[in-house]
Ligand binder design. Structure first.
Ligand SMILES: [Zn+2]
Length: 378
């Protein structure tokens, strides 16, 4: 005879097999093996750790390892991930960023807190911090020269279409005005060295500028991020009146295709290879002396294979790398760009990243961008 415990476990596994329960309720990772028996959702191990931080709302147990009572199993049976989605995600704004399992802990933690702890997607008035169209507050911003973080006032105005910040609290003129149409924001906890670190980029004279900010309060930082997304969403809705919301949502913010160190040589290929930090952002390949530099030292546009862009492993036979031996050659209509990677794995990853860009046909609006790049030095 099976014990009650065995019967419960068997029933729970059946519940786990029901539609919706095969992926983490919070980040979508496959095959969750943990469950919140107070909220009635199945979650991955990583998200279960975040649920532990809100014990007043959520209690988690392992589906396979922990004992389950009949009433707990019944509760899981009566709820599950699909039902929780209906209950907790009634009014998620289209622009709101819903993290996946590859996103940073902060984004996943705040999504979990927003859903279950703050009920932000049930009570629309709680969405005001990011949906009001205007946001003002202080962020710690990395100083350009000494790398020190200083408290700066930021203002985001959807109506004006800008994000700006001020160096002095009583300053009338902003230190920088960033237009929403070229703005991007991406969480970079590792590169910035802060769990709440956000990289904001914008274009000035078609060159990329970076600023690095954080807020001690994780909610504040994610609210800023979603406020930027909301402002971009409204800007795009006006700019492309016929477009579907889903198409616009995919353009609100973007993570980089790849970042990391490579060595590069100059246009004549005789300059010697130097180690630099590279960022592949959409079709822009940029390099920096320091990963946290405000300006790129150079930017190059990577087109598609239809426009004669090619990525090849290795260097031309006459050229040798300096420290690093794993070469990559990018052929553009104008010239060849030569890079070397420290390891074969890095070489493979960079080639895959470049290849994904080259294989993607160019959009009509991207042709206009090419012209600006024609004389950028690399
Ligand atoms: Zn998860």
């Amino acid at each position: 005879m099976a014990t009650d415990q065995e019967k419960n476990k068997h029933r729970l596994k059946q519940v786990l097999g029901k539609p919706g329960n095969g992926h983490c309720a919070d980040c979508g990772a496959a095959d969750p093996e943990w469950a919140s028996y107070t909220l009635g959702v199945f979650v991955c191990q990583s998200c279960s750790g975040l649920h532990r931080n809100i014990p007043q709302i959520s209690r988690v147990k392992s589906v396979l390892l922990d004992p389950w009572s009949s009433s707990e199993v019944e509760f899981m049976e009566s709820t599950g991930n699909n039902a929780a989605k209906v209950k907790f995600e009634q009014k998620v704004p289209a622009f709101y960023y819903q993290p996946t399992h590859t996103d940073c802990t902060l984004l996943r933690e705040q999504w979990i807190r927003a859903r279950y702890e703050r009920s932000e997607f049930v009570c629309v008035e709680r969405q005001e911090p990011y949906s009001a169209g205007y946001r003002e507050g202080f962020l710690w911003k990395r100083g350009r020269d000494n790398g020190q973080y200083l408290r700066r006032k930021f203002i985001l105005s959807e109506r004006e279409g800008i994000l700006k910040y001020f160096n002095k609290h009583d300053a009338r003129e902003p230190k920088a005005v960033m237009k929403i149409n070229t703005l991007n924001a991406t969480f970079q906890p590792t590169k910035i060295g802060n769990a709440h670190g956000l990289q904001i980029t914008y274009l000035k004279d078609n060159s990329t500028r970076n600023i690095f900010v954080y807020h001690e309060d994780g909610k504040e930082m994610v609210d800023w991020f979603n406020a930027i997304r909301a402002a971009r969403f409204h800007y795009l809705q006006v700019a492309f009146p016929g477009a579907q919301d889903a198409d616009l949502v995919s353009k609100l913010t973007r993570n980089y295709i790849k970042e990391g160190y490579m060595e590069k040589t100059g246009p004549k290929h005789t300059e010697g290879f130097k180690k630099r930090w590279f960022t592949m952002d959409d079709r822009r390949l940029m390099y920096f002396k320091d990963p946290l530099d405000a300006y790129a030292r150079g930017e190059v546009f990577i087109g598609s294979k239809e426009n004669s862009y090619t990525v090849l492993p290795g260097l031309p036979s006459s050229i040798q790398g300096y420290h690093w031996q794993f070469g990559i050659t990018i052929v553009t209509p104008d010239r060849k760009f030569l890079f070397t990677c420290e390891t074969e794995e890095e070489q493979r990853d960079w080639i895959a990243a470049f290849q994904s860009v080259v294989n993607r046909p160019m959009l009509p609006q991207e042709y206009a961008v090419v012209a600006h790049f024609s004389l950028k030095l690399m």
